[in-house]
Write a protein that binds this ligand. Structure first.
Ligand SMILES: NC(=O)c1ccc[n+]([C@@H]2O[C@H](COP(=O)([O-])OP(=O)(O)OC[C@H]3O[C@@H](n4cnc5c(N)ncnc54)[C@H](OP(=O)(O)O)[C@@H]3O)[C@@H](O)[C@H]2O)c1
Length: 264
């Protein structure tokens, strides 16, 4: 599939992976709607796109304010009369032992990563069903496929996305709507810096894994051809991706390995 003239709505477009995807889709001739909370950063991303900016619109909103989603979808549709691809990318991470992490923090992460994504999808779906086409992309993580220490809430939010969207794929097949769950490994962004700790304060440091991760631009370069093929599930990363396959075929072995691995 070519992205030329496709209308692509990206959440979490103000930094990191979403920003890199905005540049990549723009380069391939897509018409864009960029969303996140920080208006100024969205403006910066728009300005950084090369060439004609007339087909790049900014729609700031908070994913946790689900009561506003229906209006945001109306606003998005009014821009180009359609949405071809929704990229549910906005998200936050978490670092803390499970028993120490406050329930409010668990809820906060779920509100952004799970409820934010699925509610926006629910609001966009009737339009895609009427269009008789669509592609919903979901930024999960390798943490949507297995778990490690200190990430119970984050992994739960990403695993939940797999359950919800795997079921949805079965329902939207008849409407010509594809679902791609993307599972990145380490990508060098602010995700760990912004991660919520046990009491809800941000970690405010870049994790060692992130430091050694691929750049968001490299990630975007690798994911675009797979999105063009509308693959159901996409894994992109370093050796952490191997763990996805070890979990599938040798789950007890992965458990033993991860018990010994240093995680940050
Ligand atoms: N980097 C990695 O290694 C990695 C690995 C696996 C999966 N992922 C996933 O990739 C996605 C993007 O993360 P990233 O690595 O690019 O980190 P990032 O640079 O921190 O980007 C997160 C994006 O989400 C937006 N966001 C956060 N809370 C929001 C809210 N309440 N409402 C609306 N937007 C919100 C942020 O924008 P505002 O702050 O402007 O709202 C920002 O644009 C996330 O879903 C993350 O879980 C990342």
């Amino acid at each position: 599939m070519s992205f030329k003239d496709k209308v692509v709505w990206i959440t979490g477009a103000s930094s990191g992976i979403g920003e890199a995807l905005a540049y990549a889709f723009h380069k391939q001739g897509a018409r864009l709607i960029l969303s996140a909370r920080r208006l100024k950063e969205l403006g910066r991303v728009r300005e950084n796109c090369q060439g004609d900016l007339s087909d790049i619109h900014i729609l700031p909103f908070d994913l946790t304010e689900t009561e506003t989603h229906a209006d945001q979808v109306k606003n998005a549709i009014s821009l180009y009369d359609r949405i071809d691809i929704l990229v549910n990318n906005g998200g936050i991470s978490q670092r803390g032992l499970a028993h120490e992490t406050e329930l409010d923090v668990v809820r906060q992460v779920m509100e952004v990563n799970f409820f934010g994504a699925i509610n926006l999808t629910k609001e966009v779906l009737p339009h895609m069903i009427r269009q008789k086409s669509g592609h919903i992309v979901v930024m999960s993580s390798v943490m949507g496929k297995f778990g490690t220490r200190l990430r119970s809430t984050y992994a739960a939010s990403k695993h939940a996305l797999h359950g919800w969207y795997d079921c949805l794929r079965q329902e939207t097949y008849v409407h010509n709507i594809d679902i791609s769950l993307v599972c990145p490994g380490f990508v060098k962004t602010n995700v760990t810096h912004n991660a919520l700790t046990a009491d809800g304060t941000p970690l405010s440091e870049m994790g060692a894994g992130q430091m050694g991760g691929m750049s968001p631009e490299e990630f975007a370069r690798k994911v675009m051809p797979k999105l063009a093929k509308q693959k159901n599930e996409i894994y992109i990363g370093g050796r952490e991706v191997v763990a996805v396959y070890v979990k599938r075929f040798f789950p007890n072995l992965l458990n033993r390995i991860l018990q010994r691995v240093k995680v940050t």
